[in-house]
Design a protein around this ligand. Structure first.
Ligand SMILES: *[C@@H]1O[C@H](CO)[C@@H](O)[C@H](O)[C@H]1NC(C)=O
Ligand SMILES: *[C@@H]1O[C@H](CO)[C@@H](O)[C@H](O)[C@H]1NC(C)=O
Ligand SMILES: *[C@@H]1O[C@H](CO)[C@@H](O)[C@H](O)[C@H]1NC(C)=O
Length: 546
């Protein structure tokens, strides 16, 4: 088989078996899946309870009994399919959807073989032909991409539903669980309407793909900031790069209502992520990241092969289709029917939905997000918080095709502004030197209160850091949803004022550093905007006296 190295890195995490260069299911599993595929009259699987027994048998044939499923998974299956689901829906599920899922699973070995066969000949957008795209473990510190068809992802998620992924070695490889056992097991707890509705999204996804299999692709890319410049990596900004950057701030639009996933512009949509992609999506979590993973379930496939993010990494997923509509948030989250995703696709067959997962620093225990820590290194980062956060956002917002331009902008601090501009211009016009105008030139950033909920970040500073990072990454705009957060009432006013004064990245950055230092010395107690605004209203003091 081709791409053997790719396969070898992941085979231990897949349920299928590799022998004499080919992939297959053990014969007992084939028998069981064939029976299931013939429907309930043949398989006798017509309830949550009998489904869980069938799943347990298949797991036994795969020697997975040592990987113990979450306690009360079986009860969760019974509760969902036998009590919460209507009889009519259950008939459809057991009569049509489950047999189709069993059929899909039977095809997993051949689908994987075809995937590895094609993985070398992928045409990529931008100047990225020849990029390796096979399914493999995308380890920390290795920049790279995996390109999967929606069909293969459907098949992998069916494995999750059947709890067929082995998991004893996942933890040691910094990978979270990917089977759906905990999702079902936690249905049993009190007040779990949100969990029921998360499962409804997943069930709806399987109903949709089993009645009509989507034909597109998704890419999952680990983006890495590297100290040493190498291709596919993004240059690591030094502290001085921010304080000297002449890049102008990009346009910044503020909306107090609306949701990131509903925007229509070409943009990277920020996933306020956990360092483990997906966060608690397959556990009990139900906030921004987890909700996105339920309405766009193909994102879940990334959990299989993307270990935990380090401080200089982010994960970009392009092409995830949205299947479900919803209302609410956290405990009020509710599935509310089908969603037809009409986004168009690029030349790689990916929907132009670009999701960027980046994890904010979380506060340690109950301690406040201390301002005295902003400029000091912390336990979990070799950089002070401010730098860690802005570099993380820069990593997320960067377009790896523009690494050469970033390098010049970040490390050209010995150049005057005019020399700088000239250098950029010559880079842009010299076609031997640079990539063709990137297809991402029109792609902006859509974001909101990143790391401000459970992670306890300062919303004013977080908004400013994201603006700086997006500008430095040469994005054409930031659309910011405040979700009505009171602390950001003056965001629009402040950003308009800053924009009207034509500030560069360094102008704003230096203000933030100044503020943080005053705050940590207890010379001020107010928020950044309140601190900045009196200075704004007088006669531009920072222009004359920065
Ligand atoms: C990413 O950051 C880590 C920790 O700061 C560092 O050790 C590592 O060298 C960086 N990775 C690269 C590719 O430079
Ligand atoms: C999604 O649900 C909301 C609330 O019920 C509804 O207003 C909206 O029209 C729905 N959107 C789609 C695309 O179905
Ligand atoms: C998906 O990617 C594969 C591999 O590059 C390619 O052959 C196929 O045409 C793509 N699908 C679409 C719909 O473009």
């Amino acid at each position: 088989m081709e791409n053997r190295e790719d396969l070898n890195s992941i085979i231990g995490f897949l349920p299928v078996v590799l022998r004499s260069s080919s992939l297959f299911w053990p014969s007992k599993v084939v028998e069981a899946l064939k029976a299931l595929s013939k429907g309930p009259d043949h398989s006798k699987v017509d309830s949550g309870e009998s489904l869980f027994l069938a799943i347990s048998d298949i797991r036994q044939s795969l020697n997975l009994t040592g990987d113990v499923l979450a306690f009360s998974t079986g009860d969760g299956f019974s509760l969902f399919f036998d009590n919460l689901m209507s009889r009519a829906e259950a008939n459809k599920w057991f009569g049509e959807v489950l047999p189709a899922m069993a059929d899909m699973l039977l095809q997993l070995p051949s689908m994987l073989e075809a995937h590895y066969k094609n993985a070398d000949s992928v045409t990529c957008v931008g100047a990225r032909d020849g990029l390796q795209t096979g399914l493999r473990l995308l380890k920390s510190q290795e920049a790279g991409m995996v390109l999967l068809s929606q069909e293969l992802i459907g098949c992998l998620l069916a494995c999750s539903f059947f709890c067929l992924f082995p998991f004893s070695t996942r933890g040691a490889n910094h990978l979270r669980m990917i089977n759906f056992d905990r999702l079902f097991a936690s249905l049993h707890e009190n007040n779990n309407e949100k969990q029921e509705n998360k499962i409804k999204c997943i069930i709806h996804y399987f109903e949709r793909i089993c009645s009509s299999m989507p034909i597109g692709n998704l890419s999952f890319e680990r983006k890495v900031l590297a100290v040493d410049q190498t291709s596919n990596y993004i240059p690591y900004p030094k502290a001085e790069s921010w304080s000297k950057s002449v890049v102008p701030l990009c346009p910044f639009e503020v909306y107090s209502s609306g949701l990131i996933e509903d925007q229509l512009k070409e943009a990277l949509e920020v996933d306020f992520a956990n360092k483990y992609l997906g966060g608690a999506a397959l556990y009990k979590g139900c906030v921004q990241e987890e909700i996105r993973f339920m309405i766009n379930p193909e994102l879940i496939a990334g959990i299989l092969f993307l270990p935990c993010m380090a401080e200089n990494e982010s994960i970009e997923v392009v092409g995830a289709e949205r299947f479900s509509n919803y209302t609410g948030y956290a405990s009020t989250f509710r599935f509310c029917g089908d969603f037809l995703d009409t986004k168009d696709s690029d030349i790689m067959g990916r929907r132009k939905t670009r999701i960027i997962a980046m994890d904010a620093l979380s506060r340690v225990g109950k301690r406040q997000y201390g301002h005295d820590l902003l400029l000091r290194p912390t336990d979990d980062s070799s950089f002070p918080r401010l730098y860690r956060e802005i570099n993380k956002a820069f990593c997320g917002f960067s377009d790896p095709c523009k690494s050469h331009r970033y390098e010049i902008l970040l490390n050209g601090d010995h150049l005057s502004e005019a020399e700088h501009d000239q250098k950029l211009k010559s880079l842009e016009s010299n076609s031997d030197n640079v990539l063709p105008a990137s297809f991402e030139d029109e792609v902006g950033i859509v974001t909101g209160n990143w790391g401000c909920g459970a992670f306890g970040g300062d919303p004013e500073l977080k908004a400013m850091l994201q603006w700086l990072a997006a500008s430095q990454a040469l994005r054409p705009f930031v659309v910011y949803h405040t979700f009505g957060l009171e602390a950001l009432q003056s965001l629009d006013q402040v950003t308009k004022w800053i924009t009207s004064n034509g500030w560069s990245v360094s102008d704003l950055w230096n203000m933030i550093v100044d503020y943080s230092s005053q705050r940590s010395k207890k010379k001020t107690k107010v928020g950044f905007f309140t601190w900045l605004l009196p200075r704004c209203s007088s006669d531009n003091p920072m222009i004359s006296d920065p």
